[in-house]
Design a protein around this ligand. Sequence first.
Ligand code: HEM
Length: 412
Amino acid sequence: MAISPPDIVSPALYAQPDLLHERMAVYRRDAPVAWVEQEPYRPFWAVTRHGLIAEVERQYSTFINEPRQNLIPREVEDRTIAMMGKRTAAVRTIIDMDEPDHRKYRGVTQQWFLGPGVARFQGRVEAICTHWIDRMQALGGECDFAVDIAKHVPLSVIMTILGLPEEDSAFVLRCTQQLFGASDPDMQDGAGDYGVTVFHELMGYLTRLVEQRRREPTEDLASVIANGLVDGAPMAMLETLSYLLIATTAGHETTASAMAGGLLALLQNPDQMRKAREQPAVWDSTGADEVVRWVTPIRHMMRTATTDYELGGQKIRAGDGLCLFYLSANRDEEVFADPFRFDLERASGRHLAFGIGNHFCLGRLLALTEIRALFKQLLARLDHIELAGEARPAQSNFIGGLKNLPVRYRFN
Ligand code: HEM
């Protein structure tokens, strides 16, 4: 069935979360697999129920990542293909890959992300949080938590794990914001090319990094990637650069969004703020995952069907695109009791904010470590905190969160 309104994809709508959630609930109830024809995008199936999204993601041969991972205006997709031949000619990250390649390339860093790599950096993550909370204290009694603090913590962590110099932070921050916030007018660089210019700038920077780490490998993640082997041979430059690109960008805007959105949720739910302060252990159990469910920084991912398939009563044809709305899945009333209640003690491990299946987020452990460390330290040091203005959400239907979160506070 083709749905005209209600619109759930216009970037501007993502700055009105209540309206967006209201509409997503209608899709979940009445049309959980709906054919959407809405410019500037190619038509696609909107999948909004938790169970149906999991069904798609678990069948990774039937629903593949090539060629579309997220909603991109048709004109931009066409221009890229005209320039490059195919989309993955310029960048081929592990998110772009399907099996069997995906598993081989993921294997290059999986051990690092899931094992000793993250554990070794735990103390550094805590020190980075302390540094930025000190900065918040130094700013006096007011700041924009999204801009002054949340944006910087995950960036400092990524710079540290990749072994990049702190003075390059501003450059990396600008690149990731423009690449992932390309649909928000405040995030654009003036080139008006959906991030093509900034993409080339970042790739040049990463090329120099690869060359350096191949000459002089160290213990950092950049060295693991630059010297990674697939089928016993060094990865080609395209895949190596793309790997670094995803490692640099995937964990930054996402984790920052969770931090700012998490603080707003605490400010709007005084009972949860009290719990978070009085029972800090809640962060080690369920709290950080509930923050990620609540915010769902990646609003959707896409898949393409390789064969005809019946999903939720709809006939999907080979070649059709499916847009998996995590934001909707994480408010699915069939899975989460009272889904619009922010509850730090919710056993919300089933949320889909990190995806599910073979592309399940590699950085989950790192992201949760950062969120725990930040909130535990911040709330222990604050005597009082309140909103000092309007929280402004980004206009992005892909990766998004708060652009601004003005707060007023007093330290102990
Ligand atoms: C709250 C923060 C984060 C969220 C919400 C998040 C979410 C996601 C999602 C939804 C996917 C794709 C799943 C799919 O297509 O099925 C993904 C993949 C990925 N994420 Fe994260 N992520 C976060 C933090 C991080 C961090 C900190 C890193 C590392 C620095 C990271 C690295 C990756 C990588 C490398 C992939 C690709 C995995 C693959 O294709 O096999 N993420 N993430």
